[in-house]
Design a protein around this ligand. Structure first.
Ligand SMILES: Cc1cc2nc3c(=O)[nH]c(=O)nc-3n(C[C@H](O)[C@H](O)[C@H](O)COP(=O)(O)O)c2cc1C
Length: 388
């Protein structure tokens, strides 16, 4: 096998091994994909200050996120249909992350259920909530996450309506894939994926099927989810959900300083500066470009994590040096999972940690607490000059 040295290597193997429909599902942004592209390219505009003759022994990437110890400031973002990227993908990715010492977030739209992941990992993970119109279902979902001892509720705020990704419509995305001549032709070239999938614990949405009144098989599922995202979600409803949960809450999908201030007012333990990996509002600025203004607005009153566009340890270091308290990754771990299952996620995390650690050393820093804007060269107009 080729020597794997970076996240792009994992992506190449991932593309070869996973059915086109699920590769396209992950590797897409909405509409023109401008925000999707900016998320990664904007990181490249920030440069690093090289420092020398600093004792670089005894370095550590360890820190804390919402009071939990982490071996590096990276959590796994919630990714729907992870169990279609690899058999039992949520169980495998969660185990890899928790064994590595970083948080895993299970999506509402996962294939493995909350209970599957809890049983397999036997360690607390974070649960991501999409608010649905069916309030009784949402109440029971929150209770299931409590029963599974999830250590934080991540409420996603930027998907009350689905951004359009052209390829998903053209591919007829579904879980499991519908057998059409096109999908059969593609699946025939992905025999390893198919054999592993035959042995998977689940091949449909494990948090939904059997838990929603009137949905007992997969055929009614597409229609149910498409019309279930709650368009009426507002700050009042978010406050009620936080109360219902009663534990640590992370509000995900904040991209504007005014919304960040509202999250502080509600008492969120953390926010995730995110544009959903460029999958929702095409034309929005990248997360890294919005980060400075949001940090200023929040003024240290809640923890600020960032996702969207992270593909290397250098990206993580840039976000942390800018002032974030943590970062999260979506596609970077999906590439590893699709390429090599649980081991692939571990490999992705190892790559990121090594890149981050080496960069930290060459910047003359020994730990996360020492990082700051003094490590970065940020273009003067990085946040953009926009008319009022
Ligand atoms: C294939 C895919 C599925 C996703 N599904 C969810 C989801 O179910 N819930 C959610 O809150 N975010 C979801 N996201 C957004 C991620 O949590 C995260 O914000 C995004 O992937 C970060 O960008 P990155 O992939 O560039 O790291 C998804 C992202 C991808 C790529």
């Amino acid at each position: 096998m080729a020597v794997i040295t970076n996240i792009q290597d994992l992506k190449r193997i991932y593309e070869r091994r996973v059915p086109r429909m699920f590769y396209d599902y992950a590797e897409s942004g909405s509409w023109t994909e401008q925000t999707f592209r900016d998320n990664t390219s904007d990181f490249h505009d920030i440069r690093l200050r090289q420092r020398v003759a600093v004792d670089m022994s005894g370095r550590s990437t360890a820190t804390e996120m919402i009071g939990q110890k982490v071996t590096m400031p990276v959590g796994l973002s919630p990714v729907g249909l992870t169990g279609m990227q690899h058999a039992d993908g949520e169980m495998k990715a969660a185990k890899a992350a928790l064994d590595f010492g970083v948080p895993f977030t299970l999506s509402t739209m996962s294939i493995n259920s909350i209970e599957d992941v809890a049983e397999y990992t036997r360690a607390p993970f974070w649960f991501q909530l999409y608010t649905m119109k069916d309030e009784d279902y949402v109440r029971r979902l929150i209770q299931r996450a409590k029963d599974a001892k999830c250590s934080a509720l991540v409420i996603t705020l930027d998907l009350q309506i689905l951004g359009q990704r052209h390829k998903d419509l053209k591919n007829g995305l579904s879980a499991p894939p519908k057998l059409t001549p096109k999908t059969i032709a593609n699946l025939a070239t992905k025999w390893r994926w198919g054999i592993e999938m035959l042995g998977a614990k689940r091949r449909y949405f494990g948090n939904i099927v059997g838990h929603v009144h009137g949905i007992s098989d997969t055929s009614q599922l597409g229609a149910w989810t498409a019309e279930q995202f709650d368009p009426t979600l507002d700050w009042g409803k978010i406050a009620k959900l936080m109360e219902q949960w009663g534990g640590k809450v992370i509000l995900k999908g904040i991209l504007d300083p005014e919304d960040a201030k509202m999250a502080v007012k509600l008492g969120a333990d953390a926010i995730v500066v995110s544009n959903h990996g460029g999958r929702q509002l095409d034309g929005a600025l990248s997360s890294i470009r919005m980060l400075p203004a949001i940090l200023d607005a929040v003024g240290g009153q809640t923890e600020v994590f960032l996702d969207s566009g992270i593909r290397s340890g250098q990206d993580i270091l840039k976000a942390m040096a800018m002032g974030a308290n943590g970062t999260m990754i979506g596609r970077a771990f999906v590439y590893g999972l699709g390429a090599m299952g649980q081991q692939g996620v571990t490999t992705a995390l190892e790559i990121l940690r090594k890149e981050m650690d080496t960069t930290m050393a060459l910047c003359g820093e020994r730990n996360i607490a020492g990082l700051g804007r003094h490590n970065l060269l940020i273009p003067e107009d990085f946040s953009g000059r926009w008319q009022d």
